[in-house]
Design a protein around this ligand. Structure first.
Ligand SMILES: C[S@@+](CC[C@H](N)C(=O)[O-])C[C@H]1O[C@@H](n2cnc3c(N)ncnc32)[C@H](O)[C@@H]1O
Length: 233
């Protein structure tokens, strides 16, 4: 199976381990791929939607994977007992929903050795929540599909984890800056360009509200530029 760039980057981050739980599995491609690659021995493919889970069920049936991959219908981590999965993957959802799933399934989440999280939006809030709630971010990846760049966060339960020194590191992802990720320059250029467009529009608006928002954007722009300069030095 050829995975999309986003799914491949997620799969590459899953450590060799016994059991993976894929929460919100939908098609079930990542557990299927990892089993075929012998990177995991067992997969729990879970989803809140019967319709979504039927896709994973069909894949299991077609590929005769009943002995090493099972499906579970349910909300978030409620389908897992603590200690059942070494790695928990939650991908393709908003950051707020991922946070809610981790909060509600705290015991199961903390019992896993690794969490692989791929928020589609709300990445900044998710990073902040993780670091303020006893998780360390141990790695991050970017994956480009078409014109979109996706963010993937690897986290582990760690009560000693500390917050970031600068606000911008929650937005850009400190681990990406630290390793000067090859896609980071392009991604930062896009973020800076997007912000400049917003600032142009706000400047035309000139209301009290837009003046305050413009100040916020200018500060963010300054911080982005500072990160960008570090990348080209
Ligand atoms: C956009 S798909 C992502 C599928 C796959 N993980 C990926 O990254 O390609 C989101 C999936 O999450 C499921 N989902 C949404 N909320 C959920 C929840 N609270 N618990 C489990 N699954 C959920 C949806 O039914 C859907 O199948």
């Amino acid at each position: 199976m050829i995975l999309s760039a986003r799914l491949q980057a997620i799969a590459d981050l899953v450590p060799i381990s016994h059991t993976l739980a894929d929460i919100g599995t939908d098609h079930g491609y990542i557990p299927f791929y990892l089993i075929r690659q012998n990177r995991i021995q067992y997969a729990i493919a879970a989803d809140i939607s019967e319709g979504s889970l039927n896709k994973a069920r069909e894949l299991i049936r077609q590929q005769n994977l009943e002995h090493c991959m099972e499906t579970r219908l349910g909300d978030g981590l409620s389908v897992l007992s603590p200690g059942e999965a070494n790695t928990i993957l939650i991908a393709g959802m908003g950051g707020a929903l991922i946070r809610e799933i981790l909060e509600q399934g705290d015991a199961a989440a903390r019992s896993a050795s690794t969490l692989i999280l791929q928020p589609m939006i709300g990445q900044q809030e998710l990073r902040k929540w993780l670091l303020n709630n006893g998780y360390a971010i141990t790695d991050e990846e970017l994956a480009k599909e078409g014109r979109r760049i996706y963010e993937i966060i690897v986290a582990v339960s760690d009560q000693t984890a500390a917050g970031y020194e600068k606000e911008v590191f929650y937005d850009v992802g400190w681990k990406l800056i630290e390793k000067k990720h090859p896609l980071l320059k392009e991604w930062m250029q896009g973020k800076i360009h997007g912000l400049e467009e917003i600032m142009d529009n706000l400047e035309k608006g000139k209301t009290g509200l837009s003046a305050a928002r413009l100040q916020e954007c200018k500060e963010k722009h300054r911080q982005y530029k500072e990160v960008y300069r570090c990348l080209i030095e």
